[in-house]
Design a protein around this ligand. Structure first.
Ligand code: SF4
Length: 215
């Protein structure tokens, strides 16, 4: 901190250096946020194992003030989308994002979250979470190593450093719009059609039972 605060971009008299911290409001505000980013604790597939490794003692992202992974979106600043995103999961991810308070950031970890990865052609996989959510940082790899994720987290900190409270969206006079929760593909079961689904299933079961009874 002292290095940032003692280099505010203008001259500090020598007698005040290392005694008095002079800075701008943006710098102190950004420093506070960048140094206490709390990621949400959830993972979707193999990339999540690397994310968990990044939190352990060998890599230890607590060094960036991120030691508290929150189980609640209400207390999280950062969503790390770590793993394959299926059509079934995407609405839940958008809901969790909408439940996070501002300021909030999203990091797409790995090939699957960034663009569908090896399952891109799958009927049940979305081709990148950025089709639905605003992504701040992409971390490439399948899976990305803990070092790569840490590099992505440092990139996010650098991005936060460039923000200004005069322009950030969460202080805008316009109310923030929630991201629409997507309804994806015919392979998703629509709960509103549950009666039809029930009738169809019962008819199928009856046909199977009838076939067995006829020998
Ligand atoms: S990018 Fe690779 S390691 Fe990560 S979730 Fe997809 S398949 Fe697994």
């Amino acid at each position: 901190m002292s290095e940032t605060l003692n280099n505010p971009g203008y001259e500090i008299p020598p007698e005040l250096q290392n005694q008095v911290a002079i800075t701008t409001l943006d710098k102190i505000y950004n420093w506070g946020r960048r140094s206490s980013i709390w990621p949400m604790m959830f993972g979707l597939a193999c990339c999540a194992i690397e994310m968990i490794c990044t939190a352990t003692s060998r890599f230890d992202f607590a060094r960036f003030g991120m030691e508290i992974m929150r189980p609640s979106p209400r207390q999280s600043d950062l969503m790390i989308v770590a793993g394959t995103v299926t059509k079934k999961m995407m609405p839940q991810i958008v809901r969790l994002y909408n439940q996070m308070p501002e300021p909030k950031y999203v990091l797409a970890m790995g090939a699957c979250a960034s663009g569908g990865g090896p399952f891109k052609e799958g009927y049940n996989v979305v081709s990148g979470v950025d089709e639905f959510l605003p992504i701040d940082v992409y971390v490439p790899g399948c899976p990305p190593t803990p070092q790569a994720l840490m590099n992505g987290l440092i990139m996010l900190q650098k991005k936060i450093d460039t923000q200004s409270i005069k322009t950030v969206r969460w202080y805008s006079k316009q109310p923030d719009q929630a991201v629409p929760v997507p309804v994806l593909g015919p392979d998703l079961i629509d709960p509103r059609q549950k009666n039809k689904i029930k009738e169809y299933t019962q008819a199928k079961l009856a046909a199977v039972e009838q076939g067995e009874a006829n020998g």
